[in-house]
Design a protein around this ligand. Structure first.
Ligand code: NAD
Length: 511
């Protein structure tokens, strides 16, 4: 595509080496307003040449620029200043997010934007930590001093999914910058607009030296692959599907890059026999339908004791039917449309599959029509009952508002089924007995377990996957350390020849 457009929608370029520019071939891609099913802007459709330029800029900024050597308190000041910029434009960022992604404004305004700001502030504070650690032991205490110095890794390629666009920019950019790295960031093609707006704010502020942050929009198969395999990139961090994670890991292996992979999920919600069913009903629905079911950690499989199954399904259905689908910009709306028609088609296929596999469709199952938004990809909140955990409906990531309720005979079976998946990202346990719930949590193979809650991904708590849900952790000190590498520094404090028996293995002792 070319940048010749007859409409007057905004056109955004690539941000490379402190400047905005077109893609090398001038191509652009339309970016849709989800609820209207039509473009709201055009973004540059970058390619391999653009990635080369961005990596060169980031490489130069890392190898010869001041950023990796900036004092920790100065990096902290800058990260707080970026948070201030976001705070100043929070309503605008929330509106862009809701228009582009389709997510309810109530959520982007009160969750996504404030949480993204909080991530920058958390990493600002972590940036102050001195990257020095004394070694807990030393083999030759009398002659040497040994310590560990944490250094930035270098150029970090960051590839983002579309489901929490601004939050993911914060998850990736804040720790990378806090540790002194430089960045080439690729937002998802559906949802690049809040990332672009944040880069505009950073550019206008002049807070960062040239080349420290670079943004390349464009298709994953081209821009994403070029970042993952580029020899000038030292680390790649992806938030995306497990399938793409496998590919990125493979490409990164060509130059033995470090990887952080935040991948797919099929998280269980375990309702224990003693659970407060009223609380668990709303909790399970929040766990699965938040963000229109488009969350990696969504509680998409709900395990319920056989004896409670029918009653619990009735409760879920009654509450789910009350959810209001509508204009994402209306603060009364509970659920907006999905991100795209393609995503809706994929979700609808799974709904048909669920029926064909013999699960009971308890509610929903239709591509909802909302007056005034006929082109928007809405899907009704959908609940299947009596699902088999071995079915594809229960095993594959759907990434839409579809819940599978699965009856269990006893707790051992429930835990075994909860763990019987290739994924291990999140889980929820619903029980009045906190001690018992903690014991269950310990037996669930996933990176996060919420007890009597869901989705709370805290800026200072580690988040990431067991099994094929990922590699590494984001957030807090755990996330910061993933953007550092360790150097052991050994200091000879005696500076004398005698007594160095290990040198005598080669050279005769000096008389
Ligand atoms: P996706 O894997 O299709 O795309 C993710 C990113 O990778 C996009 O920017 C895409 O352009 C890029 N990409 C695609 N092909 C590529 C390739 N061959 N090489 C390099 N990059 C490539 O995922 P999506 O549809 O954007 O997002 C949904 C998926 O992300 C779901 O599986 C969800 O579970 C997962 N996710 C995981 C987390 C987490 O923290 N674990 C968070 C959100 C989403």
């Amino acid at each position: 595509m070319t940048s010749e457009r007859s409409d007057d929608l905004p056109r955004y370029g690539l941000y490379i080496d402190g400047r905005w520019s077109n893609a090398a071939d001038g191509a652009t891609i339309p970016v849709n307003e989800s609820a209207l099913g039509q473009p709201m802007a055009y973004a540059a459709n970058g390619g391999i040449e653009d990635v080369d330029r961005a990596v060169l800029a980031a490489r130069t900024a890392f190898d010869s620029g001041p950023w990796p050597h900036t004092a920790p308190h100065e990096r902290a000041r800058i990260l707080h200043a970026i948070a201030d910029l976001m705070e100043g434009q929070s309503n605008e960022l929330a509106e862009i997010e809701s228009r582009n992604l389709g997510v309810a404004l109530r959520k982007s305004m009160f969750v996504d934007v404030p949480m993204a700001i909080e991530h920058f502030r958390t990493f600002a504070e972590l940036a102050r930590k001195h990257p020095y650690e004394p070694l807990p032991w030393t083999d030759m205490p009398s002659v040497s001093w040994n310590f560990v110095w944490r250094e930035p890794i270098g150029v970090c390629g960051q590839i983002l999914a579309w489901n929490y666009p601004l939050l993911f920019v914060a998850w990736k950019l804040a720790p990378a910058l806090a540790a002194g790295n430089t960045v080439v960031l690729k937002p998802a093609s559906y949802t690049p607009l809040t990332a672009i707006r944040l880069f505009e704010l950073i550019h206008a502020s002049g807070l960062l030296p040239r080349g420290v942050v670079n943004l390349v929009t464009g298709p994953g198969a081209e821009v994403g692959e070029a970042i993952a395999r580029h020899p000038g990139v030292d680390k790649v961090s992806l938030t995306g599907s497990t399938e793409v994670g496998r590919r990125v890991m493979q490409l990164a292996s060509e130059t033995v890059k470090r990887v952080t992979l935040e991948l797919g999920g099929k998280s269980p919600s375990l309702v224990l026999p003693d659970a407060d069913l009223e609380l668990a009903t709303d909790g399970v629905l929040f766990g699965v339908f938040f963000n229109g079911g488009q969350s990696c950690e969504s509680g998409t499989r709900c395990f319920v004791p056989e004896a409670l199954h029918d009653e619990f399904v009735e409760r879920l259905v009654a509450r789910a039917r009350g959810l209001r689908l509508g204009n994402p910009l209306d603060l009364e709306t509970d659920m907006g449309p999905l991100v795209s028609e393609k995503q809706r088609a994929a979700v609808m296929q799974y709904i048909e599959l669920g029926k064909a596999e013999g699960a009971t469709l308890a509610t929903g199952g239709q591509a909802a029509r909302v007056p005034g938004f006929e082109r928007a990809p809405f899907v009704e909140p959908t609940i299947f009952a009596n699902v088999r955990n071995s079915s594809r409906l229960a095993q594959e990531e759907i990434f839409g508002p579809v819940l599978a309720v699965i009856p269990y005979k006893n707790l051992t079976e429930a835990i075994q089924m909860a763990n019987d998946t290739i994924y291990g990202l999140g889980a929820a346990v619903w029980s009045r007995d906190l001690q018992a719930a903690i014991e269950v949590a310990k037996r669930i193979r996933s990176g996060t377990v919420w007890i009597n809650d869901h989705h709370l991904i805290l800026p200072h708590a580690p988040f990431g996957g067991y099994k094929q849900s990922g590699v590494g952790r984001e957030h807090g000190i755990y996330g910061l350390l993933e953007y550092t590498q360790i150097k052991h520094i050994h200091v000879d404090i005696k500076q004398k020849r005698e007594g160095r028996l290990w040198w005598d293995m080669l050279l005769p002792p000096v008389e």
